[in-house]
Design a protein around this ligand. Structure first.
Ligand SMILES: Cc1cc2nc3c(=O)[nH]c(=O)nc-3n(C[C@H](O)[C@H](O)[C@H](O)COP(=O)(O)O)c2cc1C
Ligand code: SF4
Ligand code: SF4
Length: 324
């Protein structure tokens, strides 16, 4: 909301970070309007935000749900991100607790997911910030003057179509994507990534950061490492997928073909997922140990797309955009 409008309506704005897992959440004053802003991760809010929603005490406040998503720019056209079940899941949980949903507003910020696509250039980042600033201002003026704003409902059909992927990503993000990060020997063990991680997901093992499965892949560590030494190990994931297919198709299937396991596709799926998880957890430990060998590290860097100049621009949102 702009300053003039805030003053006219005698409106005070408090910015608060989401409490962490064990922090207490105090109830809101009944007159307060809550604006929940979070990035979309895998077509849903990230687990930390879902945890917050589930722990939030009951209340009767008005709530505006706002998610930031992967915006891109092709020419002057902004391509939008995909919200998936983000709004519907959050609205469902909050309404059960008594809250009243007054807005669902997606904001297409520059995509920061450089594990899966090359980093955006600064012109695109500036352009997207400029467009979003105008849009968010217009929306917040509208909502805080008492009107509702459900822009997100225009995309309900595509959001529901991708809902199954949102459920799958909840596990894939945790157990696979979190295990793709590592540091090269440029790391000077400063510990910044460990202290700034919002999920407290990085441990220090053998003088090197080690990513646990608590990681939410928010990219904060990767984008802010002063040495630019954190990479995504695409080569490692390729090795795991290869090892998995070899184990499942060549070794286990022939042995298990005659057992009960093969009578239920559901048990098969659980069994195969477990094998994949064990492979990735064990593989990551070994990978982490082997990184101390220069030739292994070099091989991993060569197979990490984030290491290449054309791909690996780290993304930093422009701080306090529009605040003079
Ligand atoms: C692990 C991960 C998963 C993501 N999943 C989605 C997604 O499902 N849909 C989408 O539109 N954007 C997705 N994004 C992009 C982010 O939502 C987007 O870059 C972010 O909201 C940018 O806002 P920020 O600068 O405030 O972090 C994902 C990003 C990451 C790192
Ligand atoms: S922030 Fe970078 S340099 Fe510092 S410990 Fe983490 S990876 Fe190493
Ligand atoms: S990506 Fe980095 S900062 Fe973000 S949750 Fe994972 S370890 Fe923490």
């Amino acid at each position: 909301m702009d300053k003039k409008n805030r003053e006219e309506q005698n409106c005070r704005v408090n910015l608060a970070e989401l409490p962490l897992k064990n922090d207490e959440i105090s109830p809101f004053h009944p007159d307060e309007t809550i604006i929940l802003t979070s990035p979309v991760h895998g077509f849903n809010y990230p687990p930390l935000v879902i945890g917050f929603l589930l722990r939030l005490p009951k209340g009767k406040n008005n709530v505006i749900l706002m998610n930031t998503r992967a915006g891109m720019k092709i020419g002057r056209l902004i391509t939008t991100g995909l919200s998936g079940i983000t709004f519907y899941f959050a609205a469902f949980v909050l309404m059960l607790k008594g809250y009243s949903i007054k807005g669902m507003v997606p904001v297409d910020m520059p995509s920061n997911w450089i594990s899966v696509h090359p980093g955006l250039n600064s012109n695109t980042i500036n352009y997207l910030h400029e467009q979003n600033y105008k849009r968010v201002l217009a929306t917040s003026n509208r909502v805080l003057s008492g009107k509702t704003c459900f822009i997100a409902l225009r995309e309900i059909a595509q959001d529901l179509l991708i809902a199954p992927i949102a459920v799958a990503y909840y596990f894939i993000g945790r157990f696979i994507i979190a295990k793709t990060y590592y540091t090269s020997s440029k790391c000077n063990d400063c510990g910044l990534c460990i202290t700034m991680c919002p999920a407290k997901a990085i441990k220090r093992i053998n003088q090197r950061p080690f990513w646990t499965m608590k990681c939410e892949s928010c990219m904060r560590c990767m984008s802010n490492c002063p040495q630019k030494s954190i990479e995504t190990a695409h080569g490692f994931i390729a090795i795991i997928i290869f090892a998995y297919s070899a184990v499942i198709t060549k070794l286990l299937y022939p042995i298990l073909k005659t057992t009960l396991l093969f009578t239920s596709p559901f048990i098969n799926m659980i069994f195969e997922s477990l094998i994949f998880l064990i492979l990735i957890a064990l593989g990551y430990r070994i990978f982490h140990l082997l990184l101390k060998f220069k030739s292994f590290e070099r091989l991993m860097l060569l197979t990490s797309l984030t290491w290449y100049r054309f791909w690996g621009k780290r993304y930093k949102a422009i701080k306090n955009y529009g605040q003079k």
